[in-house]
Design a protein around this ligand. Structure first.
Ligand SMILES: Cc1cc2nc3c(=O)[nH]c(=O)nc-3n(C[C@H](O)[C@H](O)[C@H](O)COP(=O)(O)O)c2cc1C
Length: 359
C-alpha cells in the first residue's frame, strides 16, 4: 500500500518520500537577493528529511514582488546565492524546488510584520499591474490594466526566471497560479473583465496561464518536472470553481505539466473559507482523479497519521506542509518515527545518536 515514506517519481526525478515543504515567503531579502537566512531555513528542512523543498514565491520582475522583502530572480546575479541553497538541499537528499511568481495587483506592499500596507513613495512603491483595473480591496490601489505587450513581456520574464532557476540547480519548478496573484487574477472572472483574447470566456481567461506554461516548458528540460499551484476555488459566488480547476488541469497536462499543487482562495478578502484540517484535500482528490494528473494536497496538514492517510487513500500523490514546518523543521523525522516506517531512514548520520532506533 502506498504511504507517506514511499518514494515518488516524476520524470527523471525520484523524491525520497511524499513530503514537500510548501513555498513560504520569508520577507528577508534586500533587493530580491537570498540571504544566509534562506540557506539555514531551507537547509534545515532538507536536513529534516523533506522529499521536496520549494523555495518561496520568487519574483520574475521587481514589480512582481509582493513586498520589498521578497525574493526575486530577475537578474543572473539573483541566481548565485540560490545555487548554493539548491546544492545544499541536494547534498542532503531533498529535491530543490522553486516557485516563480508575479504578485500582480497584490504587489508593492510592506513586509507584513512592518505593517500590512502599501509601500510609500519614499519606500519605492510601484504601479501594480493586473488583467483589469480592479483593486483587490479598499486597502489596495487600483492596478493598471495590462496591455498585450505587457502580458508578453511578463511571459518572457517567467521564461527567463525558469532558465535562471535551472542554471541555479533547481530540479522542480512551480509556476505560482494561486492566491490572487497575477496568473490567478487572469483566471478568475472576479478580477478579469477584459474583452480581448485574455478575458471573457474560460478559454480566454486561461490564455495567459497556458501561454506562460507553454513558454516555460520550452526552456525547462523534459527530464525535469513542472508544477503549477492553483487556487482551486475562489470560494465566492460567481468566481472560479473546482470544475474550472479540473478543466484547466486537463489543459495543463497537455502542456506537459506534471503536478497540480492544490491550494485555494486569495482573489477576494470577502471569501468565506471553511478553514480546517484537510479543507483543501478534496480539491487535490478531484483533480487527481478527474483530470488524471498528479496532485499535492496542502493546508492544515499537521499530523503524521493525517498526512499518511491522504497518501494511503489515494487522495493526493504528495502532501505539502507549510506552518507545521515552521514549528518543526524535523517534521519528517518525527513522522517517520511515529509511523514506524520501514523505508530508507531519512535521519542524517550526524543526528543518528538522537534517533537510535531509526538508523
Ligand atoms: C509565512 C508564510 C508564507 C507563505 N508564502 C507563500 C508563498 O510564497 N507562495 C505560496 O504559494 N504560498 C505561500 N504560503 C501558503 C503556504 O504555502 C500554504 O499553502 C498555506 O500556509 C497552507 O498550508 P499550512 O496549513 O500547512 O500552513 C505562505 C504561508 C505562510 C504561513
Amino acid at each position: 500500500m502506498t504511504h507517506l515514506f514511499e518514494p515518488f517519481s516524476m520524470r527523471s526525478l525520484t523524491l525520497r518520500n511524499r513530503i514537500g515543504v510548501s513555498p513560504m515567503c520569508q520577507y528577508s531579502c534586500h533587493q530580491g537577493f537570498a540571504s544566509d537566512w534562506h540557506l539555514v531555513h531551507l537547509g534545515s528542512r532538507a536536513v529534516g528529511g523533506a522529499g521536496l523543498v520549494i523555495i518561496e514565491a520568487t519574483a520574475v520582475t521587481p514589480e512582481g514582488r509582493i513586498s520589498d522583502g521578497d525574493l526575486g530572480i530577475w537578474t543572473d546575479a539573483h541566481a548565485e546565492p540560490l545555487a548554493r541553497i539548491a546544492r545544499f538541499m541536494r547534498q542532503h537528499g531533498a529535491v530543490p524546488g522553486i516557485q516563480i511568481a508575479h504578485a500582480g495587483r497584490k504587489a508593492s506592499r510592506k513586509t507584513p510584520w512592518l505593517g500590512d500596507r502599501e509601500l510609500t513613495a519614499e519606500e519605492g512603491r510601484w504601479t501594480t499591474i493586473a488583467p483589469s483595473a480592479i483593486a483587490f480591496s479598499d486597502n489596495y490601489p487600483t492596478p493598471e490594466a495590462m496591455s498585450v505587450e505587457q502580458i508578453q513581456a511578463t511571459i518572457a520574464a517567467f521564461v527567463q526566471a525558469a532558465e535562471r532557476s535551472l542554471a541555479a540547480g533547481f530540479q522542480f519548478l512551480e509556476v505560482h497560479g494561486a492566491h490572487g496573484y497575477l496568473l490567478n487574477s487572469f483566471l478568475s472572472p472576479l478580477s478579469n473583465t477584459r474583452t480581448d483574447a485574455y478575458g471573457g470566456t474560460f478559454e480566454n481567461r486561461c490564455r495567459m496561464m497556458l501561454e506562460t506554461v507553454r513558454a516555460v516548458r520550452q526552456v525547462w528540460p523534459e527530464s525535469l518536472p513542472l508544477g503549477v499551484r492553483l487556487s482551486c476555488s475562489d470560494w465566492m459566488d460567481g468566481g472560479w470553481t473546482i470544475d474550472d480547476s479540473i478543466a484547466l488541469a486537463m489543459l495543463l497536462k497537455k502542456e506537459s505539466v506534471d503536478l497540480i499543487d492544490c491550494s485555494s482562495g486569495g482573489i477576494s478578502p470577502n471569501a468565506r473559507i471553511p478553514v480546517g484540517a484537510n479543507y483543501q484535500v478534496p480539491f487535490a482528490e478531484a483533480i487527481k482523479h478527474q483530470a488524471g494528473i498528479a496532485t499535492a494536497a496542502v493546508g492544515m496538514i499537521t499530523e503524521a497519521m493525517q498526512a499518511d492517510a491522504i497518501i494511503r487513500t489515494g487522495q493526493a500523490d504528495l502532501v505539502f506542509i507549510a506552518r507545521e514546518f515552521l514549528r518543526d523543521p524535523y517534521w519528517p523525522l518525527h513522522a517517520y518515527q511515529a509511523l514506524h516506517a520501514k523505508t530508507e531512514s531519512p535521519v542524517p548520520l550526524q543526528y543518528a545518536r538522537a534517533f537510535p532506533a531509526l538508523r
